[in-house]
Design a binder for this molecule. Structure first.
Ligand SMILES: Cc1cc2nc3c(=O)[nH]c(=O)nc-3n(C[C@H](O)[C@H](O)[C@H](O)COP(=O)(O)OP(=O)(O)OC[C@H]3O[C@@H](n4cnc5c(N)ncnc54)[C@H](O)[C@@H]3O)c2cc1C
Length: 306
C-alpha cells in the first residue's frame, strides 16, 4: 500500500485529520477536490481564535501548517471510485488542475467529503447564498442582530427555526411561499413571540451589490424589507462515493458511523458534515481529528498484534 491513510476532501475535517495523522508520522494522501461548502460566505464565525476569517484563508492556514509534516502529501485530485483491495483500498480519480489520472492504494480511507445545500428554485436564493440568504443563526445571527429578518420554510421546520432566530432579532416574519402548513398551535407560538406570517408566494429576492438582502417581492405585488433570510436548506452528500460503496446511510442521508467513526465497511471512516450531528467548521475539524486518532489506533493494533 502506498499510503497508510487516504483522506478524501480537504475542508476543515480533512485538513484537521491530515494534521493529526502527520503528527503520528503516518503516510497520508490528502485528496483536495475543490472548494468547501461555505465557499460563498464572507467569514467563518464561531471558530475559536479564527472568528470571522474568510473560508479560503482558514483552509490556506490549514495547508500551510501541514508543510512541516513530510509524510503528508496533498494532491489536487477528485476521487471518483474506491474499491476494497486486499487489506486496504484502491482509489482512482483525476487531477483537478491537470486531469492526470490518479491511482492510490491505502490501508484506511477517511471520507471528509462534506455535503451540498439544495436551495429553493426561486430567483435570488442561489445568488445571495451565504450573504443575504443564511443557513444558520449560530454562524451568522450575530452579524444581522436586531435587524428585520425573514425565515423561509413550511410547517414544523420553519416554526422551530423562526423561534430560534427570535433570539437574535425581535423583527421576524415567516415567509412560507404559499400555504405554510402551520398548525393552530404553531401559529399561536409564533404570534406569542410577535413573529409575523406571510403565506404569499414569492416572486424573487432582491439583493444589494454586496450580496446582502434588501427585500422579498411577492406575487401579489407586496414587498417585505429585510436584511437577511434564514432557511433550513435540504442537503445531500457532496460525493457519491459512500453511496457507490453501499455503506449504510441514516434516514436523513448522512453516512452512518459507529462509535469508532467507522462506516459499515471495515477500514472506511467518515468525519465532518458527512456524518450525523451539528454542522460547523470547528466541529468538523474536531471530528476529523478524532477520526484520525481512531484510525491511528486501529493501524497500531494491526502493526502490534498480541
Ligand atoms: C454558506 C455557509 C456558511 C457557513 N458559515 C459557517 C460559519 O460561519 N461557521 C461555521 O462554523 N460553519 C459554517 N458553515 C458550516 C461549515 O461550512 C461546514 O460545517 C464545514 O465546511 C464542514 O467541513 P467539512 O470538512 O466536513 O466539509 P467541507 O468544508 O464541505 O469540505 C469537504 C471537501 O471535500 C471535497 N470533496 C468532495 N468530494 C470529493 C472527492 N470525491 N474527491 C476529493 N475531494 C472531494 C470538497 O471539494 C470540499 O473541499 C457554513 C456553511 C455554509 C453553507
Amino acid at each position: 500500500m502506498q499510503y497508510d491513510v487516504l483522506i478524501v476532501g480537504a475542508g476543515s475535517a480533512g485538513l484537521s485529520a491530515a494534521l493529526t495523522l502527520g503528527r503520528c508520522l503516518r503516510r497520508v494522501l490528502l485528496a483536495d477536490g475543490g472548494p468547501p461548502r461555505n465557499e460563498a460566505s464572507l467569514g467563518v464565525h464561531g471558530f475559536l481564535s479564527r472568528d470571522g476569517i474568510r473560508p479560503a484563508e482558514l483552509l490556506r492556514l490549514g495547508h500551510e501548517q501541514l508543510r512541516p509534516y513530510e509524510t503528508v502529501e496533498v494532491q489536487a485530485v477528485q476521487i471518483e471510485s474506491i474499491t476494497s483491495q486486499g487489506r486496504g483500498f484502491l482509489a482512482t480519480g483525476h487531477g483537478t488542475a491537470d486531469d492526470a489520472p490518479a491511482h492510490i492504494t491505502a490501508r484506511r480511507v477517511l471520507l471528509a467529503t462534506g455535503v451540498s445545500d439544495i436551495l429553493p428554485p426561486l430567483p435570488g436564493f442561489r445568488e445571495l447564498w451565504g450573504r443575504g440568504v443564511l443557513h444558520c443563526p449560530y454562524c451568522h445571527g450575530w452579524e444581522v442582530r436586531r435587524q428585520p429578518l425573514a425565515v423561509y420554510g413550511q410547517g414544523r421546520i420553519v416554526t422551530g427555526l423562526a423561534l430560534l432566530v427570535s433570539r437574535w432579532s425581535p423583527d421576524i416574519v415567516v415567509v412560507t411561499n404559499g400555504p405554510g402548513h402551520l398548525t393552530p398551535n404553531a401559529r399561536r407560538r409564533l404570534r406569542r413571540h410577535k413573529i409575523g406570517i406571510c403565506e404569499q408566494p414569492i416572486t424573487r429576492l432582491v439583493g444589494a451589490p454586496n450580496g446582502s438582502l434588501q427585500r422579498i417581492e411577492f406575487t401579489d405585488g407586496s414587498q417585505l424589507e429585510c436584511v437577511a433570510l434564514f432557511l433550513h436548506a435540504a442537503q445531500h452528500q457532496r460525493s457519491p462515493l459512500a453511496a457507490n460503496l453501499g455503506v449504510r446511510m441514516t434516514s436523513k442521508g448522512a453516512i452512518w458511523v459507529d462509535a469508532g467513526m467507522q462506516t459499515t465497511i471495515t477500514g472506511l471512516y467518515a468525519a465532518g458534515d458527512t456524518i450525523p450531528g451539528t454542522q460547523q467548521a470547528l466541529l468538523a475539524a474536531a471530528s476529523g481529528s478524532r477520526a484520525a486518532i481512531l484510525i491511528n489506533e486501529s493501524l497500531t493494533r494491526e502493526e502490534c498484534p498480541r
